[in-house]
Design a protein around this ligand. Structure first.
Ligand SMILES: C[S@@+](CC[C@H](N)C(=O)[O-])C[C@H]1O[C@@H](n2cnc3c(N)ncnc32)[C@H](O)[C@@H]1O
Length: 348
C-alpha cells in the first residue's frame, strides 16, 4: 500500500501530530478535576464523579471516555470507569507523580506554545521573560506551586541519574543554584550521606522548599538560601550544581550567572551544569526531539538549548573552562567546569 493511504502511513503520522493537542487538554482537565485521585480507591460512575466535581454529567462522561481512549482509565461498562496503571501516575500521592507536569503543560506551556509563530516572526520572546519573569511567577502562589512541583517531580529522577553517573565523593558541600525546592540536592544528598548543602533560589520559594526538603528527609543536611544569582552566588560550597538554569537564559544573562559561580567556587571546586546537550545536526531520534521541544519552549521565555560548542564558548566567556561532559542514563548530561587557569582568583 502506498505511503499515505493506509494505517501508519505518512498522512496518518502527520495527522496524529496535527491533532496531538487533544491529549494535553484531556490530561490537564482530568488532573485539574482530580479524576485520577478520585478513581484511585475504586471504580466509579461518571455521574458520581460529576456530582463530586460540580461538572456537567454528560460532558464529564465524554471526558472520561477520552481518558479511556488514552488508557488512563478503563471503561468498565455503562458509565463506570476504573483507573489504570498509566492513569495512576497522575495521582497526587503517586511516587514521582506527573500531576504537576500535567498542570503546567495544560496551562502555562499551552499558552506559550500558542505564541510560537509570533516569536519566530519577531525574534523576541512572547511570554514574560528575563530577570523579573521568575519573580512574578514565584510571587503567584498558585502558579508557583504548580511550576515548582512540576520541576521537582522531574528533577528528583534526573538528580538520581546524575548521582549514578558522576562521582560526588570528594565534595562535602553542594549548592543547588536556582534549585527551586531542591529536588536535585535531595537526590545528591541521599547518594552522599556525609555531604550537606542548600538550595539557592529566589526568597519567595523558601517556605515551600524547606517543607519539601523536610518531607524528603534531608532537612537536617539541607538548607535554603534566598537571593538572586544575578547579584551573587553564595560562597562556601565546593560543588555548585545548576540544573535547567542555563537553558532559561540568553547568552548575556547566562554569562552573568556563570561569572558569579566562577567567583563563588573555591580552588578545587567544580561547577556542574545539568542540561540536555543538543547535537550539531538534528535527527528525529526521540531524545533529540525532546531537546528540541525544550528549545522551542525556551524560545518564548528568552532561553535556549545549546550544543557542546556553545556551552564551551559560554563557559569560557564567564571565566570557566569546560573540563568534560559526563552522560547520564537520561537525556541530561553533566557539563563539568572549573575556574579557568587564567581566572579571577590570583594565586590559585
Ligand atoms: C527551570 S527552574 C529549575 C529549578 C531546578 N533547578 C530544577 O531543575 O528542578 C529555574 C529556577 O531558577 C530560579 N530562578 C530564577 N531566577 C533566579 C534568580 N535571579 N536567582 C535565583 N534563582 C532564580 C527559579 O525560581 C526556578 O526555581
Amino acid at each position: 500500500m502506498a505511503e499515505g493511504t493506509g494505517t501508519g502511513g505518512a498522512r496518518e503520522r502527520v495527522l496524529e501530530m496535527i491533532m496531538g493537542c487533544w491529549r494535553t487538554q484531556v490530561i490537564h482537565e482530568a488532573v485539574r478535576l482530580q479524576l485520577p485521585d478520585r478513581l484511585a480507591p475504586e471504580p466509579l460512575s461518571s455521574d458520581l464523579l460529576a456530582k463530586a466535581t460540580g461538572t456537567d454529567p454528560e460532558n464529564l462522561y465524554r471526558l472520561l471516555r477520552g481518558m479511556a481512549a488514552l488508557e488512563l482509565v478503563r471503561h468498565v461498562e455503562g458509565r463506570v470507569f476504573e483507573l489504570t496503571p498509566d492513569g495512576a501516575t497522575l495521582c497526587t500521592d503517586a511516587a514521582d507523580t506527573l500531576r504537576g507536569i500535567a498542570m503546567h503543560w495544560g496551562d502555562r506551556q499551552w499558552r506559550s506554545m500558542a505564541l510560537l509563530g509570533k516569536a519566530v516572526a519577531s525574534g523576541k520572546s512572547q511570554m514574560a521573560a528575563g530577570t523579573d519573569s521568575f519573580s512574578d511567577l514565584q510571587r503567584d502562589p498558585e502558579q508557583a506551586a504548580v511550576f515548582n512541583r512540576a520541576m521537582a517531580e522531574q528533577s528528583l529522577r534526573i538528580g538520581e541519574a546524575v548521582a549514578r553517573a558522576y562521582d560526588f565523593a570528594r565534595y562535602r558541600s553542594i549548592l543547588d543554584v536556582g534549585g527551586g525546592y531542591g529536588a536535585v540536592l535531595v537526590a545528591l544528598l541521599r547518594a552522599q550521606p556525609a555531604a550537606q548543602g542548600a538550595s539557592f533560589d529566589l526568597p519567595e520559594v523558601r517556605a515551600q522548599a524547606l517543607a519539601y526538603l523536610h518531607e524528603h528527609a534531608v532537612g537536617e543536611r539541607a538548607g535554603y538560601i534566598g537571593g538572586s544569582f544575578f547579584e551573587q552566588v553564595p560562597a562556601g560550597f565546593d560543588c555548585l550544581v545548576l540544573k535547567y538554569i542555563m537553558h532559561d537564559w540568553d547568552d548575556q544573562n547566562s554569562q552573568r550567572i556563570l561569572a558569579n559561580c566562577a567567583r563563588a567556587v573555591p580552588p578545587g571546586g567544580v561547577v556542574l551544569l545539568i542540561e540536555q546537550v543538543l547535537p550539531e545536526r538534528i535527527t528525529a531520534d526521540p531524545a533529540v526531539a525532546g531537546m528540541i521541544r525544550g528549545d522551542l519552549i525556551m524560545m518564548n521565555i528568552g532561553g535556549k538549548e545549546r550544543t557542546e560548542r556553545e556551552y564551551r564558548d559560554l563557559l569560557a566567556a564567564s571565566g570557566l573552562e569546560l573540563t568534560r561532559i559526563v552522560p547520564t542514563d537520561t537525556v541530561f548530561s553533566v557539563i563539568e567546569a572549573r575556574p579557568a587557569t587564567t581566572a579571577h582568583k590570583s594565586g590559585t
